[in-house]
Design a protein around this ligand. Structure first.
Ligand code: ASP
Ligand code: MG
Length: 407
């Protein structure tokens, strides 16, 4: 017997037939003798609609009321799934965030989970009932409903798994696992049986969209074993686990890309102490996250400074910098949204030299110019012109020996 959390995303809950399919999957695990708790998302598209209604009424809406509105999507699906389970003879009950309770801080709209009480749910499971818990929502210290930020039901599943000491947290979704890269770009991408928390965290943060980044962070911290698998096919998925559980560590496990960033260059910035602090302080104050940064060494007392920001933040970044031009004293701002960040990730990089060189050489052979480079212990990222995204990903996938048999 195992204790498992099963989480189903919006596409898995999109209509009544799919909810029946989910109920049957849950029943199968229960019939196999497991204790099961379920976490669900709203039906696909619902949360987008709810968010849009709030924004259309007022872009500066009260975040507490936003939470009241957007949390409703999951209230619908927990009730429906509980009914579907009861209909096929599985005792089940729905749980809203405040009922568990899933306690959060007061940051409405993007709250952090502070505590989840597991005892009541464990007792229910031991008595043979399946708790169906609303993902994405919790209760703030003021007693009002809170939500965890978009995509937050993955996080809900992981924190619940930790609270009820589950053996595994199964994330059911519309893909059947974690791949070496996006199979839509590289048909010979391979499904990974296992991947370490750290690699998954890097891949999620640089564009692999299978798991929400915060949920991977939490799984790594709480040592929750996560499995990603399809709710539409019966195939083993991919396990996200501690790297000690991975026997043979590949040097590169995956290649990710993101077109969500834009490049900004400040031409001829005075090259003196405090300039970086001023520029990036300004951007932080404007709530703009900066990712990659390069700065040249200026020969004539001035330098070019290039960095990337979220594409959605580009206008705000330009505006903030423009206003500060007299203070900072640069010559011009150049903005380029047509860029892509390509990243190679692997824990084997820690012990193998030459991973970055292979990347640079491979891109050079394809005539792809590298605009910015950044690295971490287990990742190398480069910024290239967006037109080259597919070519770069394919060439790198082959260069690191990741191609599987022809599809
Ligand atoms: N329904 C929420 C959203 O769309 C939470 C989730 O699906 O993870 O962001
Ligand atoms: Mg999701």
């Amino acid at each position: 017997m195992s204790r498992i959390v099963m989480k189903f995303g919006g596409t898995s809950m999109a209509d009544l037939d799919r909810i029946r399919n989910v109920a049957n999957r849950v029943k199968r695990e229960v019939d196999a003798g497991n204790e099961v708790a379920v976490v669900v998302s709203a039906m696909a598209g619902t949360t987008n609609q709810l968010v849009k209604w709030c924004q259309d009424l007022s872009p500066l809406h009260d975040p507490r009321e936003y939470d009241v509105v957007v949390a409703t999507g999951e209230q619908v699906t927990i009730g429906l799934l509980a009914i579907a389970l009861q209909t096929i003879g599985v005792p089940a009950r729905s749980w809203q965030g405040w009922q568990v309770p899933v306690r959060t801080d007061h940051a409405h709209g993007k709250a952090r989970v502070t505590e989840v009480e597991g005892e009541t749910l464990i007792a229910r499971m031991q008595a043979g009932e399946v708790p169906v818990v609303a993902g994405f929502q919790g209760v703030a210290p003021d007693g009002r409903v809170s939500t965890l930020g978009r995509g937050g039901s993955d996080l809900s599943a992981v924190v619940l798994a930790a609270a009820i000491k589950a053996d595994r947290c199964d994330i059911y979704t519309d893909v059947d696992g974690i791949y070496t890269t996006d199979p839509r770009i590289v048909p010979r991408a391979r499904k990974l049986d296992r991947i370490s928390y750290e690699e998954m965290l890097e891949l999620a943060s640089v564009g692999a969209k299978v798991l929400q980044t915060r949920s991977v962070e939490m799984a790594m911290k709480a040592r929750v074993r996560v499995q990603v698998l399809s709710s539409f096919e019966d195939k083993p998925g991919s396990l996200v686990v501690d790297e000690d559980e991975i026997m043979e560590k590949p040097i590169v496990s995956g290649i990710a890309y993101s077109r969500d960033e834009a490049k900004v260059t400040l031409r001829r910035v005075p090259d003196r102490p405090g300039i970086a602090a001023t520029v990036f302080g300004l951007l932080a104050a404007a709530n703009v996250n900066v990712d990659m940064i390069v700065q040249n060494l200026g020969a004539d007392g001035s330098t070019d400074m290039t960095f990337t920001v979220g594409r959605a933040d580009l206008a705000r970044a330009q505006d903030a910098l423009d206003k500060a031009r007299p203070e900072v004293g640069f010559e011009a701002i150049l903005a380029d949204p047509d860029v892509a960040k390509i990243s190679v990730v692997g824990i084997g990089m820690r012990s193998h030299a030459g991973v970055a060189t292979t990347m640079f050489r491979t891109l050079a052979e394809k005539g792809i110019n590298i605009q910015v480079i950044s690295t971490s212990e287990i990742k190398v990222s480069v910024l290239v012109a967006a037109d080259y995204t597919e070519l770069a990903v394919r060439a790198l996938h082959t260069a690191y020996g990741l191609d599987g048999p022809a599809a």
